[in-house]
Ligand binder design. Sequence first.
Ligand code: GLU
Length: 445
Amino acid sequence: MKIDNILSSLEAKHPGESEYLQAVKEVLVSIEEVYNEHPEFEKHRIIERLVEPDRIFTFKVPWVDDQGQIQVNIGYRVQFNNTIGPYKGGIRFHASVNLSSLKFLGFEQTFKNALTTLPMGGAKGGSDFSPKGKSSAEIMRFCQAFMLELWRNIGPDTDVPAGDIGVGAREIGYLYGMYKKLARENTGTFTGKGLEYGGSLVRPEATGYGALYFVNEILKAKNIDIKGKTIAISGFGNVAWGAALKAVELGGKVVTISGPDGYIYDADGISGEKIDYMLELRNSGEDIVAPYAEKYPNSKFFAGKKPWEQKVDIALPCAIQNELNKQDAELLVSNSVTCVAEVSNMGCTAEAVDYFIEKKILFAPGKAVNAGGVATSGLEMSQNAMHIQWSAEEVDSRLHQIMINIHQQCIEHGKEKDGYINYVKGANIAGFMKVARAMIAQGVI
Ligand code: GLU
């Protein structure tokens, strides 16, 4: 495999799709060695076939706002790869959404879903619609207009969407309601649904819980106890919330959360009702964390800054791609950070990742760390198919086991000669091998 040739041809075909090219490059660099050890991969042109999505739907989403004005957004669904199961992946509503970000997310999702051990292919969708400051009625109308276009292309065994940034329980309710009305079936073509209509217990917490199970495995492998460790979290949405809950339960001390306006440092620790308050902040629709410091005067708000400047043992980016850059990485390392785990998808820039690995920091990539979310979506699909509901204990113990398994796969494929675990390499190789072998088995399709 000639990585440079593949990347330059991709760049020529898809100019300016920087996030997509970044995600592809990371995987290619990681798998180069094993790829070249297996001539059958090259023979079957696995890389050339794997880097392009199977298909992309792009559509116009016209809707009417509360003032009676017509608004127009763009909707997308990138069905990336269904080799190991139905397309599966979230829907993101955020002003930054474009084809590049959804292609990167769909590409990552393919490997992440392979790591979960469950039969799910990779997909991602979304819109440049920003829910910020929108009323519930506007959000409902937008979701309905979005689904009016998408419903024909999804289904319980073809493509199962879920939530992501900007798409939580409320949006999934509206999207699923419209899907059901149009498709006239009730087989659960969506995960993250409400508990009353086919949702799974523990799904809301699953991404954050899974991430902390994974972090705990990383630390345990190095005989480090998470108890008493200080933890910086960015973001304050669903993922950050679940991560904070489990971090505190395991005995860690969460000292930061952040929003687009800046970050909060709370030396007393963010636990109990303060974690509930994160949900309140999120539900206000304002997308700011500053009010936390007014409510809890012992904490401090840092306007326009990122939490990575604080001295902590563990850093967990939980907000959005490329939210932690090389400068942030240098700050964390100079403050003796022990472990950095991406809970957001591709939370760190490529330069930051390289720096952590060079410094032999315990670093793990999003596609392994945050796989608990989609894994629990897979468990929701199983429950829907069987028309039953598992208890929270049942779901949680399966989730926990899946995260231990993913960690094991990373060790198997990522252990270097000096004993350092390169989790980026481990996760990429493990995910890739599974998809590649299944592609060969299924012929040229
Ligand atoms: N959006 C989540 C992710 O990035 C969850 C996807 C799902 O549950 O399908 O993995």
